[in-house]
Design a protein around this ligand. Structure first.
Ligand SMILES: [Zn+2]
Length: 119
């Protein structure tokens, strides 16, 4: 069961990173498009939003990288039987609080189990 959470969470992080990188690429293309010399000086609705979207995407990618690094600290998927992973690994049977909390933002995705909710 605990291995399933780590595997599922890794898949969620992979999918979130792919979506974020796709949005970042679109954002950068749009930002370049509105800087086209023929468009300079003209009103383009939303043009000023692209740098903000780019910043949010960059922050999201950093958060996902941090989540991966935290997962890497759990070679045994946060099992209570392997309390060397992190301070909360030994909190109760099953995945530790750290992995449960990392998974929580993805709870709306298919495959999430209520038993993984932090206690
Ligand atoms: Zn842990």
């Amino acid at each position: 069961m605990s291995d399933d959470l780590a595997t599922w969470l890794t898949a969620q992080i992979d999918a979130a990173e792919a979506r974020t990188r796709d949005l970042l690429a679109k954002t950068q293309r749009n930002d370049l498009a509105v800087k086209e010399p023929r468009l300079l000086g003209r009103y383009i609705p939303g043009w000023h939003d692209w740098p903000d979207v780019e910043r949010v995407c960059t922050e999201r990618l950093a958060e996902l990288d941090a989540a991966r690094r935290i997962l890497d600290l759990h070679p045994n998927a946060g099992l209570r039987s392997a309390p060397e992973s992190c301070g909360s690994c030994a909190s109760y049977p099953g995945p530790c609080d750290t992995l449960r909390l990392l998974a929580l933002p993805h709870a709306g995705q298919p495959g999430y189990r209520d038993e993984w909710r932090p206690q």
